[in-house]
Design a protein around this ligand. Sequence first.
Ligand code: NDP
Ligand code: 8X3
Length: 252
Amino acid sequence: MSKIVLITGASSGIGAACAEIFASNHYDLVLAARRKEKLEVLASDLKARFGVQVLNVELDVRDAEAVAAKLNALPDNWKKIDVLVNNAGLSQGLDPIHEGNLNDWDTMIDTNVKGLLYVTRLISPWMVQQQSGHIVNIGSIAGKETYANGNVYCASKHAVDSLNKAMRIDLLPHGIKVSGIHPGAVETEFSEVRFKGDKERAKAVYQGFEPLLAADIADAVWYAVSRPAHVNVNDLVIMPTAQANTSHLLRK
Ligand code: NDP
Ligand code: 8X3
């Protein structure tokens, strides 16, 4: 019986790269995101290349009822989740606090914090029951530092950092590992989403330096998950070599 990983936000970027690295290591996959057509393309590719089984779940992590209904509806043999990658997340806007857009704030908090909680609340009892499992939370350098106009996105990722620590304490008696992976700039759809489809503005974010690739972060997730049973990676902060922190980025 293969191990099973559930990845949220698997339709793009870091989540899709995680799906690939887990598939290449013979995990069966539960892939969740809102864009089902993207999941379908990815699933077909991974099934063909790696011979793994894939279940796609069209899911908006902000919808607590849908999270419960759709994950509870997984077939029983798919509920033995070995690894949960809480990756679904986004930024919306880049405005000073006094000009912030309330809808953007709600979207970020609902997705990055509450969505992560809803999924964890559903899956972690199954892990407690089996007395094993590994939860990997995708945080951010924005959860370790703050930067100009990053206010609410940074706050949401600080919440992820805090929940990462809290989960590790609460799940300690149950043999469940909890790891936080905190990337700097990774070239994905992230900036296009932040700037609401403005491709030019998004492209400029990654110009003049070599950003991380989604595969670099998937590699770190796999490193954390593939340690021996007695080893847990609590926290990894991974940056492009050209980025010292959120405010020092060397562009050529
Ligand atoms: P992408 O925009 O490429 O991917 C984001 C993923 O999250 C998509 O699959 C998207 O799927 C999913 N998602 C967003 N909202 C929801 C929702 N409500 N319900 C379900 N899924 C959702 O960006 P990244 O791959 O870069 O982002 C992945 C994670 O990494 C995020 O948590 C982000 O904050 C974090 N991160 C990114 C960094 C970067 O520089 N790119 C750096 C540090 C952290 P869909 O739209 O189909 O629902
Ligand atoms: C994404 C990285 O620096 O844009 O989490 O916040 S940053």
